[in-house]
Design a protein around this ligand. Structure first.
Ligand SMILES: [Zn+2]
Length: 334
């Protein structure tokens, strides 16, 4: 472990364990952003999965730690809290993006066990469909999770798309290969949605759907612990859409939630966090008073309610929550 790592963990611990350290958090709220909870921690540790995936042991460790230092509340309780009523411990709300099936299989049993509420933001076209998220399908096919034949065939498709694979992706060291894959996947974000969708089609679809289905959504909502909000319909990046398509995405995602849930959350969650003045204005015009971005920071009543900050949870900082405390501390002192 590096000196920097030890320093951050110690700093994070001091921050939450001393009243002087906790002072900047008074009256502030913390919104955490998660995506997937896999069925094993080893799989979540590789760099190309680390940012979007946590394992069950790290997730349980995080929940226990949160309950010790924070008031775990539903998102709306945090957003609508009276600024005058300051709880002893800062409030935290958990959010999950996309609507992964593993939220029901792996995250929910632990949320129920520890009675921690959470909000899940659905890319509604994927719910109950066998449509796959491109970064997952392309990433795992390149990683070799679906066999070498599928991997080589996808590599050919990527070459045709003008994105040949870097040699580092043939490294025999898992850690280095996974890191190279992470950088390569990030570089694909600039491809147009049509090409990304064709490449996703070229990947094996696996035997299980990746996303939740509507009966699962209703089952989770009926537990009283989970609520759902929109995260786009197709997960298209909203800032890249013209006015007409932006309006369609906002309308289609909200209609799907109204049909599929009893009480959808009136909070929009931007795919990839991307938003600008035009997108925020359209979101407001569709009746949303709040929207979630991905910039790190604390929630106070004085920020832009249509670009709320969140702290991302990775396998690494779920496993070492002092690192998360360190990031929260930095968010308290911008
Ligand atoms: Zn997303």
């Amino acid at each position: 472990m590096s000196i920097k790592h030890v320093f951050k963990r110690t700093g994070g611990w001091l921050y939450l364990n001393t009243s002087l350290g906790r002072h900047p958090l008074r009256g502030a709220g913390v919104i955490l952003m998660l995506h997937r909870v896999l069925s094993n921690d080893r799989a979540a540790e590789l760099p190309h999965r680390n940012e979007l995936c946590v394992g069950p042991e790290a997730f349980e460790h995080l929940l226990i730690w949160l309950q010790r230092y924070f008031e775990c509340v539903p998102l709306m309780t945090l957003l609508l809290a009276d600024p005058e009523s300051v709880p002893n411990r800062p409030r935290v709300a958990l959010t999950f993006d996309d609507g992964w099936r593993d939220n029901a299989m792996n995250a929910f049993p632990l949320l129920r066990q520890y009675q921690v509420p959470a909000s899940i933001f659905l890319s509604t076209d994927f719910i109950g469909s066998r449509q796959h998220f491109w970064w997952e399908s392309i990433g795992e096919t390149l990683w070799g999770s679906h066999g070498q034949v599928a991997r080589h065939s996808l590599i050919e498709h990527l070459q045709h798309a003008g994105r040949p694979l870097p040699v580092l992706l043939d490294d025999i060291d898992d850690e280095r290969r996974s890191l190279a894959l992470l950088h390569y996947l990030q570089s694909l974000k600039s491809l147009d949605p049509r090409t990304l969708s064709d490449l996703t089609e070229a990947c094996p679809q696996g035997s299980q759907p990746q996303a939740l289905d509507w009966p699962q959504v209703r089952m989770l909502e009926d537990s009283g612990l989970i609520r759902f909000g929109p995260h786009g319909a197709s997960h298209a990046i909203l800032t890249g859409l013209d006015d007409q398509r932006l309006h369609e995405e906002l309308t289609r995602s909200w209609t799907a939630l109204e049909n599929g849930c009893a009480q959808p959350l009136p909070v929009y969650c931007y795919p990839n966090g991307d938003n600008d003045a035009r997108v925020r204005q359209q979101v407001a015009a569709h009746g949303f008073a709040f929207a979630l971005g991905t910039e790190a920071g604390l929630y106070r009543n004085d920020g832009d309610p249509l670009n709320l900050p969140r702290f991302g949870v990775s396998q690494r900082n779920a496993h070492h929550p002092e690192l998360l405390a360190w990031r929260i501390r930095r968010g308290a002192h911008p």
